[in-house]
Structure formats: structure tokens, C-alpha cells
Design a protein. Structure first.
Length: 345
């Protein structure tokens, strides 16, 4: 399987996030992508750097004013105080119901709140370059599929599926899966499916395509009544307008077993096959692993091979995009099991 990897991901390296009221080291750390890259390379998969520029497609997925903010956010933060180089900006106020989000505040932290869904997406000096490299990988994957590749694996971080058209959230800044899907539509595909198997609901992906019938979005995830992102991902969210029937959520209770999870995967695959997609984008979160430090599903290493094999049976050109997964040591072998399961399936 062709692997796309850029070392620019390493520049996204914030130190801390908030967890249970404390500042803790970030779960979403550079070693994650290093482990995945090493494991895939170690199993003989060819690795290349993304060769295409995502600039045009990015603007079809995300709002201009959000991209403009994100690109210059770190320099804006430094301009406030040169000592900010060693500090992380966090939002403190969000424009919830009754507050205005149409006026961009002059205050940087207020702008950060406007463009964030949570306080869990810390920025660092290289965040934009890392996120942009992820989008470049997504577009490059679409290009490789267009040229006849059967599958491509984007080793992207930061992840993307919580990022919406105009906001960051859940460690995500640019929605790489949405960028891949949008790029595929511009390359002769008329129907694309996104299958999101991350532990957390991909609220950003759902919202970007919610009123569209060309991109089917199917997600298996922890029930948002108890699991992040809490405010989206319920079973009754089916799409709206032209997109009605083109969003399928399969929420599962915290603690769900592998057997039950694979039953949900069958339902997800059945709906995906019915869409007859010209290409499939897999939002590959590996935080369904039993050893994940922030999630509660019970998949084991061998289950990731089974997942890859099942996805192969859909018979579509497939782009895998790395999302979550925080058991860093096992992340590489779990990701490589998906790739190998797909190739051998
Ligand atoms: N900081 C993905 O898996 N909450 N994102 C963590 C508090 C957010 C996960 C605990 C989890 C987001 C891509
Ligand atoms: Zn996740």
C-alpha cells in the first residue's frame, strides 16, 4: 500500500492539554505518526512525501476567514508578547447561543474562541505547516487513486475529523478526510463515501457534508450522550435537504466489545455499498483499541487486520486517513494491521 508521510507533522507539538481539570502532556503527540510511519515502512510499504498542493481544495472545504486565521495564528500569538513562544494559547470564551459569531473580534483569544469548539486543540509554532501537509497528503492520495492505485494510507497528524468548515476541535484543525473526498469529486468521482471508524464521532465531517448527497458519511463511535464530542453523533442525524439519507450514525455504548463493534461495521459497510461509491475515504481512528488511554471500546490488535480485510471487500479505491489513537506504542502495529489486512483481504 502506498504510504504518504511528511516530517512536517513534527512541528505540531503543543506541550499540554486539559484533562480532568489538570494540565497534562498532550495525548496527540508527534511520536504517534513516527510509530505509524516506522511500522508501515518496516512491513515493506513504500513511503513518499505528498506531492500535490491542497490550497484550492482546502478552500472548498473550509471557510476563507478560518483558514486565514489558522495560517497566521501562531505569529499573531507571538506578536502579543515574545514570551508567548513558550506559552500555549487557549480559548476562554465561545460564541454559544445568543452571542454573535459574525463579527471577528480584534482580541486574539476571542478570535481563537470563535474558531474553536473546545479547549482541547492546542496550537504550537508548526501547527499550520503540519495541518497543511496533512491536507496535501489527502489531495495527493486522491491523485494516486485517480492514477489507478487501489489504496493509499495518509499518515496525517494533527488529525482532522472534528474540524468543521470554520472551526478547530478535538486536536483537529483541517478536515483531511473531507479534503480527500472533495478532491476525489474533482477527479471524475461522482459518488464518494467516508467511513469514520474513530472512537469519537466525526462531527466536523458530518457537518461539512450534511446537506450533500454526493458524499455519504457513515460513522461508528461512542454514544455522544456520554462520549466526546457530546453535541453531535446521535442515531437520528440522517442528513438534511438534498443530503437527507446520506448521513448514518451508529453510536455504541461506552465499553462496547469487538463482537458488537463488528456488527456495527457490517451495517456501516452495507450502507456504504448501497451508495456504490467510486472511491472510499476511511477516517482511521485507532482509539477503538482496548489499550487506548482516553477511550473505552475493546478492539485488539488482530481486530485491526479483520477491519482492513472487511474494508477491502467493499471493492473500492480506498484512501485511509489517520485520525485518533493514543496508545502510541501499539499505534504503529495496529495501523499496519489495517493496511496488511486490506492488502491480504
Ligand atoms: N482534553 C480524536 O480522536 N477530549 N480526537 C480529550 C480532554 C477530546 C479526540 C480529553 C478527545 C478528542 C481525533
Ligand atoms: Zn478519536
Amino acid at each position: 500500500m502506498q504510504i504518504l508521510f511528511s516530517p512536517l507533522h513534527q512541528g505540531h507539538a503543543p506541550a499540554h492539554e486539559f484533562f480532568r481539570g489538570e494540565r497534562v502532556p498532550c495525548f496527540e503527540s508527534p511520536v504517534r505518526a513516527e510509530f505509524v510511519h516506522e511500522a508501515l515502512r518496516g512491513r515493506g510499504h513504500p513511503v513518499q512525501a505528498p506531492g500535490e498542493d491542497s490550497a484550492v481544495v482546502l478552500r472548498r472545504v473550509h471557510d476563507e476567514r478560518y483558514l486565514t486565521f489558522l495560517e497566521s495564528a501562531w505569529s499573531q500569538w507571538l506578536a502579543l508578547d515574545s514570551a508567548n513562544a513558550d506559552r500555549q494559547p487557549f480559548p476562554s470564551v465561545w460564541p454559544v447561543r445568543t452571542l454573535r459569531s459574525d463579527v471577528e473580534p480584534a482580541n486574539f483569544i476571542a478570535r481563537l474562541g470563535l474558531y474553536s469548539m473546545d479547549n482541547g486543540s492546542p496550537l504550537s509554532a508548526g501547527t499550520w505547516a503540519a495541518a497543511k501537509a496533512g491536507a496535501d497528503a489527502a489531495v495527493s492520495a486522491a491523485g494516486l487513486l485517480e492514477q489507478g492505485a487501489r489504496s493509499v494510507f495518509c499518515v496525517t497528524r494533527p488529525p482532522g475529523h472534528h474540524a468543521g468548515a470554520d472551526f478547530m476541535g478535538g486536536y483537529c484543525f483541517i478536515n483531511n478526510a473531507a479534503v480527500a473526498a472533495q478532491s476525489l469529486l474533482g477527479r471524475g468521482c461522482t459518488r464518494v463515501a467516508i467511513l469514520d471508524v474513530d472512537y469519537h464521532h466525526g462531527n466536523g465531517t458530518q457537518s461539512i457534508f450534511y446537506e450533500r448527497a454526493d458524499v455519504l458519511v457513515v460513522s461508528i463511535h461512542g454514544d455522544p450522550r456520554t462520549e466526546y464530542p457530546f453535541y453531535l453523533g446521535h442515531a437520528d442525524e440522517a442528513g438534511a435537504g438534498a443530503g437527507r439519507g446520506f448521513n448514518l450514525n451508529l453510536p455504541l455504548p461506552a465499553g462496547t466489545s469487538a463482537d458488537t463493534w463488528f456488527d456495527a461495521l457490517e451495517a456501516a459497510c452495507a450502507r456504504t455499498a448501497r451508495h456504490r461509491p467510486d472511491a472510499l475515504v476511511v477516517s482511521l481512528g485507532l482509539d477503538t483499541f482496548a489499550g487506548d488511554p482516553i477511550s473505552t471500546f475493546k478492539l485488539q490488535a488482530a481486530d485491526f487486520s479483520r477491519l482492513g480485510g472487511r474494508l477491502k471487500q467493499l471493492g473500492c479505491p480506498t484512501a485511509f486517513v489517520l485520525e485518533g489513537g493514543y496508545a502510541a506504542v501499539e499505534l504503529g502495529s495496529n495501523a499496519a494491521n489495517v493496511a496488511d489486512g486490506f492488502e491480504q483481504g
